[in-house]
Design a protein around this ligand. Sequence first.
Ligand SMILES: [Zn+2]
Length: 365
Amino acid sequence: MRPQLKGLSWERDGERLRLVYDPRDQFLLSDPDGSVAKLLALLSEGGRTIGELADVLSADVAEVRAAVTALDAHGLLEDGDRVGGLTAYEAERYCSNLAFFESFASLDRSRVDLQRRLRESHVLVLGTGGLNSTVIQHLAGLGVGRVTLVDRDRVEPRNFARQYLYRWADLGDRKVSRAAEWVRAFDPAIEVETIDASIDGPEQLVELVGRLRPDAVAVGVDQPDAVDLWVNQACVRHGVPYVRAGVLVTTGGVWSVDPGTSACRACIPADPVDLTAYADPDDSTRNAISAMRLYLSRPRDNRGIGPALGLLGSYAAFELLRYLTRLEPPAHAGRPLVLDFAGGCAANQPDEWQRNPDCTVCGGR
Ligand SMILES: [Zn+2]
């Protein structure tokens, strides 16, 4: 291991050093004799082991190790031995990813390790329509190594309000074929498979997820109504996280399930208008359920305009990024993010699903 300082600046402030990596944080380190500044200068050059740093500083190895550990705990170091291995093309191709990942890197995992995890990842994409056409583009941009695309539809004029993967010349073509063609043209290094099929039942998904063993599933399928529960059953069974998003009139939602950690979709009532699921509903619960029942009693239009689905797709892709790299814990696992498209796109997370120990899908696991 060769500890290396991240790209940060420092200055002397009396007997202290002020270190800034991200302007939202700063670190003030006591350095009356200048030894910390010397260590920082050497770490900034990189290329030295802890023993070599101690030699140059004529310091005790244990002292240097303690200082390095403290700097790492503040997220200021990366292991120089783990930041190489990319070709010049890859370093340029992923330059902004790598710069972003530097913030999440440490001596244990470098920015290159995080990029490598993406490159070794496989995402199963259910539906290549409104939501996932944005997700697919983000996965490709991030450099996810393998995607399997599932859809049964053809490209129609109605798609053009929000599905920018497709072009006028694609009208009438199978969506999975055109979506795969887009990914291959964007980055030939990404492995793409297509499954031109509808989603017909839970057994089909249990088989598919079990056979493919993806690292995560992106869910962009609305029909039939039970599809969420089918995906949930398959993913929880095989321990595969999934991310889902959708629009309800002027509200958007993004949520995910982290099997074995978060509540699952089956932990909460499947039927949003089933009052019997509530032991003693108060007035506001009755009113909310009545409003939903009335809304669901009429035919639903697809109101997902491009900017709304683009936002949701971006949130969903970011959540997938968390699952694939674990650069931070999933943000929406069993805790939906709600976007108000009639209120400045304000985002909040009002409810956390409670894990149900009697859940027939995840209970007891
Ligand atoms: Zn559950």
